[in-house]
Structure formats: structure tokens, C-alpha cells
Design a protein around this ligand. Structure first.
Ligand SMILES: *Cc1c(COP(=O)(O)O)cnc(C)c1O
Length: 376
């Protein structure tokens, strides 16, 4: 065997994997990942060990990095999410979950005796992070559409009003894409004269495009959020999972710790950090621009509306939350769920009309679901 080349068997395995990935990517409507990207121009960067370890805003002795791009990406989102001028900070994470972990971490450092409130529709990773951080929490009931039950939230906070309040607001739940209203949550806190509180917005999918729609949902810093986390591989699209977290700089300063070895400040969660993902996000933002991103959001909303209508036309009880790209309906047969990779929970499935989804795919799915109905 020649050195540094794959054996024929390994070569075959690799080819098979590529074939499988290509096939599976084509029929894919159940998970919120965009596929309309072309990063060919960035391929040369894969030959370098890029690493943004430490704080993106503090230079490091490790210079094979994309900090410049990362800073631009954070600034873009700080502006989009209406952060207070000169009081924002953030970094490119490994995904929405890490951003949520970071928001909770900051909240705990600010309010070590705080109580975390989140609805029962909250993403599964949040419970794990609350556990990791050893925080106390109470799960609030959700309304039928997946949005937090504000009355239950108010009643529960009232019973624990001696404790600081930490809220994990869902800006688009995983199953039904319901958005908790941060201004309503603020009103509740105001009504009860709660002074010590922290609101984190989990905007994984919906928070990524909520700034592009009207009426603008109440989800960002101007609405009362103290930190916002989004995923980069969902609405924006990326070959590797990634995300962005934006927080108030004044809060981040409380946990900053200088580390001599990296010549930077250790303000992030992991040690080494992906140096490629900030570059991929930067490329996407530059290529689309605000107008392009708005168009992608509008396209998704239009397709979701189309899908809801088409499903209803064949007698399926499809529905979606206002201004969202997730269409919910009773779970179809397992063959259809498997083919289109549809997640399902409590006998409900959904399709997520990401920017790459076109009418043709909806028509195909509707056709198959119609045939399925006849069979039953
Ligand atoms: C996807 C999702 C997450 C997790 O984000 P990752 O980027 O997969 O880590 C968190 N919250 C919600 C509501 C999500 O939909």
C-alpha cells in the first residue's frame, strides 16, 4: 500500500458516504437546516488549522485565526438585535445550545440564587445545561400552540418572588416554532416589581430571521432580552454546526479572566474554538446582505403558507403559528416520515420550510400524503 493514500476499501467507504449524504440531503424537510449554500470559494481554508481560541475581541498569540471576521459577524447581530450602543459582546459558538449555556452561565454569575423559569416546550438541551450549572428551575406550562402560559408564569414567580428571576424565553420552540413574547414577560416582572432578573432569548431558528419580518416579534435587546443565542446552521446554513451568542458587554466583563498561555482572555466556554465557522458565517452574511436575508425569510414564509393551504386542501389538519415557517400536522405513515426525515412528538409531525424548500417538494409530499390517506 502506498503511503498517505486510502486503501481501495476505504476509498469505497468514503464514496458510499458521499452518495448517502447527497441522497439524504435531497429529501429533507423535517429539520431546520438550510441547504442553499455554496462554499466552494472557502475550500482553500480547509488546509489550515484555524482556531479562534479565547475572546474574539482580544488578540491572541495564536495567529492562524479568523477573529476579524468573527468580530464583524458579532457586530452584525448586535446591530440586528438592537443591542445598546457599545454595550454588546459575543462570539461564534458551536451551536444554539452552547449559546443558551452561555446565557444561563452569565445569568447564574449575576444571580447565583436565581430561579430559572422556562416552558415545557423548551429545547431538550436546556434542562441538561441547567443541570450542568447546578441551577434551580421550575418548568412552566405551555399553551396549545407551544407558547409559554403567561398566567402560569406569573403565578409561579409570585410564589417565589424572594428569588431573582431568570427566564429562558423561546423565540421559536423546536416543535411548533412558538415565540414567547418578551414584552409580555417584562410586563409581568414589572407588575410584580421584580428588580433582579435576567432574560435569555433562545432564538435558535426563529430568532435568526425574526428581525426580517413584520410585525417584528418582541425578542431582542430593545424588547428586554439580556442575551440572545441563535444557530448558524439553521436559517443561515453551514456545513458544520455553529451559532452566535450576543450578550451585554457589562455582564461579560464580570466573568473575564486573563490567561497567559493563549495571550487572550478566557471569556468563552470551550478552549479551542472553530476558526472556520466564523468565516463561513461571515461569507453568508456578506453574500446575501440584509436584503438577501429578508428575501430568504419571505420565501420561507410564502412556502410555509403554501404548504399549510395544500395540506388543508386534501383534508389534513395542518396549522402554524403566525409568521413562522413550521407547518404542523398529524403524523403521517412511518414510510413518509422516514423518507422526508420528519421528526414527530405526541403524534404530531412538522415540516420546516427552510429557504431551500420549493413548491415542487411540497407538491410531492402532499401527493404522497394524499395517497397515504386513501390507503388507510
Ligand atoms: C435547534 C434548537 C436548539 C439547539 O441548537 P443547536 O444549534 O442544535 O445546538 C435550541 N433551541 C431551540 C428552540 C432549537 O430549535
Amino acid at each position: 500500500m502506498q503511503e498517505n493514500t486510502l486503501s481501495p476499501e476505504d476509498q469505497y467507504t468514503l464514496t458510499e458516504l458521499l452518495y448517502k449524504i447527497q441522497l439524504k440531503t435531497n429529501n429533507f424537510m423535517g429539520y431546520p437546516v438550510s441547504k442553499d449554500f455554496d462554499f466552494t470559494e472557502l475550500i482553500p481554508f480547509l488546509n489550515y488549522p484555524m482556531n479562534n481560541l479565547g475572546d474574539p475581541f482580544v488578540d491572541s498569540t495564536y495567529g492562524v485565526d479568523s477573529r476579524e471576521m468573527e468580530k464583524e459577524v458579532i457586530e452584525f447581530f448586535a446591530t440586528l438585535f438592537r443591542a445598546e450602543k457599545d454595550n454588546w459582546w459575543g462570539y461564534v459558538t458551536n451551536g444554539g445550545s452552547e449559546g443558551n449555556l452561555y446565557g444561563l452561565y452569565l445569568a447564574r454569575e449575576l444571580h447565583p440564587k436565581g430561579m430559572v423559569y422556562c416552558s415545557e416546550s423548551t429545547h431538550y438541551s436546556v434542562q441538561k445545561n441547567i443541570h450542568l450549572l447546578n441551577m434551580t428551575n421550575i418548568v412552566i406550562s405551555a399553551q396549545e400552540n407551544g407558547e409559554i402560559n403567561y398566567q402560569d408564569l406569573e403565578d409561579t414567580i409570585r410564589m417565589n418572588r424572594h428569588m431573582p428571576v431568570i427566564i429562558m424565553a423561546n423565540i421559536g420552540t423546536t416543535m411548533t416554532e412558538a415565540r414567547d413574547d418578551i414584552s409580555k414577560i417584562k410586563d409581568i416582572l414589572k407588575k410584580m416589581a421584580i428588580k433582579n432578573y435576567y432574560i435569555h432569548a433562545d432564538g435558535a431558528l426563529s430568532g435568526s430571521y425574526s428581525a426580517f419580518i413584520e410585525p417584528r416579534p418582541a425578542f431582542d435587546f430593545a424588547d428586554g432580552a439580556d442575551s440572545i443565542a441563535i444557530s448558524g446552521h439553521k436559517f443561515f446554513g453551514s456545513p458544520m454546526p455553529c451559532g452566535v451568542v450576543v450578550v451585554k458587554k457589562s455582564n461579560r466583563d464580570r466573568i473575564a479572566r486573563s490567561v497567559a498561555y493563549i495571550g487572550s482572555v478566557d471569556t468563552t466556554i470551550t478552549g479551542s474554538r472553530n476558526g472556520h465557522s466564523p468565516l463561513f458565517l461571515w461569507y453568508t452574511l456578506k453574500k446575501h446582505g440584509i436584503d438577501g436575508l429578508k428575501k430568504r425569510a419571505q420565501h420561507s414564509l410564502a412556502i410555509a403558507q403554501y404548504a399549510e393551504r395544500k395540506l388543508k386542501e386534501i383534508g389534513i389538519a395542518a396549522w402554524r403559528n403566525p409568521n413562522t415557517i413550521t407547518v404542523n400536522f398529524p403524523a403521517p405513515s412511518s414510510a413518509i416520515r422516514k423518507k422526508w426525515q420528519l421528526a414527530s412528538e405526541n403524534a404530531i409531525s412538522h415540516i420546516i420550510c427552510m429557504p431551500n424548500v420549493q413548491k415542487e417538494q411540497i407538491d410531492q409530499l402532499v401527493l404522497e400524503m394524499k395517497a397515504d390517506l386513501v390507503e388507510v
